[in-house]
Design a protein around this ligand. Structure first.
Ligand code: ADP
Length: 432
């Protein structure tokens, strides 16, 4: 991971790790005051937020509204999509503050963007089912600003970020020792604060803080050192983004159930553990990750929850206890590998920052004291699946050693992609 981080920082295309510049060179520290808005666009619905903050890391008030995006807008024109977003914000702002208020806006746009400044960046390509050809290559913040102007709203984008950067911002708002953020949900990604002089691909880059948040896009990490099983290969073969997002396909919620399904399918094929009732195991994605989690977390002596899931969802009735144990074991191994890889990735970041307790040059110690290090973390898989968390923590301690691990805290934040973006708007607004 560290080798690939260096390669991605050295040149564009130098690694599968994109190591994208975010131009975020200052993070909220709790002194922000005022009312800020955020828009979170990254899936099937948009969210608009209003966040009121007071000095001392106090969030005085937070309001959120969801609006599903009509399917046709995800395949229509740039103007119609951004008009829709602007209108949702306009209605929200007018209800909350009246229409003439001038406010800073954080725009969380969770699609691949090549950032030009903290408040502008062009769309590289759409993902997640969106396909609006004429947006590709355009500055999405400008698209939104134009739509906001068209509907007469006095609000402009001051920070264009992705959800990982929002999570880091929110983590840093509460705790200034936060140096990185990780998301482990349906997908996975991470970002961290890098020294600008280490960002070789952008020589001469100067920031006031001497640092900049780098969006690793770590879901796409790959290395020949990473052991890949036939199940990983089968899974990859059937995805639309073949050969991409390799790390994500071993770790995140979208895939864990499917990996276990592929293992069980092979077992069914090559043995008679499931009798002849296992046809359904050939159906892709029939085992969801929350069900895999429920299988692992069944602590009843007769594994009754496992029996229920096998019966109701996989149409495998009457599996004997021994078979149910086998299913638990498979799900457990898939979970454990994912959690340990995520932990290894986190240690990679700490190592790059000299905070893993090893290197001599930047040993992560000041006057003999190990530096406290906080990593903000979010995502449905991490937050909803205690066994995953337990394995991740265990692996962190195993790799770092007890003494160093004691100084590393994983802190769960809530809604970094919304609140974090509003806080970044505060930090980067011209009125600061
Ligand atoms: P996103 O990554 O799209 O923002 P979330 O962070 O909400 O979404 O994560 C959703 C994912 O987390 C789901 O795809 C699911 O795989 C996983 N997940 C949610 N709850 C659980 C759970 N209780 N156990 C295991 N996995 C879960």
């Amino acid at each position: 991971m560290v080798v690939e981080m260096h390669a991605g920082l050295a040149s564009d295309g130098g690694s599968k790790l994109k190591m994208l510049l975010t131009f975020v060179d200052a993070l909220p520290n709790g002194n922000e005051e005022g009312i800020y808005y955020a828009i979170d666009l990254g899936g099937t619905s948009i969210r608009v937020l209003r966040v009121e903050v007071g000095a001392g890391s106090v969030i005085i008030n937070r309001k959120v509204e969801h609006q599903p995006i009509p399917e046709e807008l995800t395949k229509g024109t740039t103007e119609s999509l951004f008009n829709f977003v602007a209108l949702a914000l306009k209605n929200f702002v007018e209800k909350e503050d009246g229409k003439d208020e001038k406010r800073a806006l954080g725009f969380t746009f969770s699609f691949p963007v090549r950032q030009n400044s903290v408040s502008s960046g062009s769309l590289i390509r759409w993902t997640k089912g969106f396909s609006i050809e004429d947006t590709v290559g355009k500055d999405v913040a400008q698209c939104l600003n134009e739509a906001l102007a068209r509907c007469g709203l006095n609000v402009r984008v001051t920070a264009l970020v992705n959800d990982t950067v929002g999570t880091l911002a929110l983590g840093h708002y509460y705790d200034e020792d936060t140096v990185a953020a990780v998301i482990i949900g349906a997908g996975t990604n991470a970002c961290y604060i890098e020294r600008t002089d280490a960002i070789i691909k952008c020589q001469g880059l100067l920031t006031n803080s001497g640092g900049m948040v780098v969006n690793m896009e770590w879901g796409n990490f790959w290395s020949s050192h990473l052991p890949r099983t036939p199940y990983d290969i089968s899974l990859d073969d059937k995805t639309q983004n073949r050969n991409d997002q390799g790390f994500e396909k071993m770790i995140s919620g979208m895939y864990l159930g499917e990996i276990a399904r592929l293992v069980l399918h092979r077992m069914a094929h090559e043995s008679d553990v499931f009798g002849d009732a296992a046809d359904i195991l050939s159906t892709p994605f029939i085992l969801s990750t929350p069900r895999l989690a429920a299988i692992c977390e069944d602590d009843s002596p007769d594994l009754s929850e496992v029996r229920r899931i096998l019966q109701e969802h996989l149409k495998i009735p009457d599996a004997p206890l021994k078979t149910r144990r086998l299913v638990v074991k498979v799900c457990d191994i898939v979970t454990r590998r994912a959690a340990r890889l995520a932990a290894a990735g986190i240690v990679g970041i700490l190592k790059k920052l000299g905070r893993d307790g090893s290197g001599a040059a930047s040993s992560g110690r000041t006057r003999g004291q190990p530096k406290r290090t906080v990593v903000a973390i979010e995502g449905g898989l991490y937050q909803g699946y205690p066994v995953f968390r337990e394995y991740l923590d265990e692996a962190l301690e195993e790799i770092l050693g007890e003494e160093v691990a004691r100084n590393v805290t994983l802190r769960v934040t809530e809604d970094g992609s919304g609140v974090g973006a509003a806080l970044l708007a505060a930090v980067h607004s011209l009125n600061r």
